[in-house]
Design a protein around this ligand. Structure first.
Ligand SMILES: [Zn+2]
Length: 122
């Protein structure tokens, strides 16, 4: 390995650490196959059992060096799952807040009807 290759590999390693931030997303297929969607609309197929990828870097190096997708797969998967879980938790909180609001609204409607006064909502 020459100096240029070493620099390139260091760069690949660095970029592998920030795939999620750079817009990469995983869609898992059956078994060991995963689709990697890039921020530019390209899709590569990653095979975890083989440690292979269909991206240009991996293809160009004939698998001699791992690409950033193979290197960063695990971190991307974990970050993506964490992100989805936190989005889902936020959504649930929002749903609960909406429910509480509906309960309060219907309670104040009932009260307003009983007191025979118009309901003021603002
Ligand atoms: Zn790749």
């Amino acid at each position: 390995m020459n100096l240029d290759e070493a620099r390139q590999l260091a760069n690949v390693n660095k970029r592998a650490q920030r795939l999620f931030e750079d817009g990469y997303r995983i869609r898992s297929l059956d078994g060991n196959l995963h689709l990697i969607h890039t921020q530019h609309g390209a899709t590569y197929t990653l095979n975890r059992a083989e440690g292979s990828c269909t991206c240009p870097f991996f293809t160009k190096n004939s698998g001699r060096y791992s690409c950033k997708h193979v290197l960063g797969f695990k971190k991307l998967l974990i970050t993506q799952r964490f992100h989805l879980a936190s989005l889902s938790a936020r959504w649930e909180t929002h749903e609960q807040a909406a429910t509480i609001e509906q309960v309060l609204l219907s309670a104040s409607r009932a009260l307003s009807a009983r007191l025979e006064v118009p309901l003021c909502l603002s």
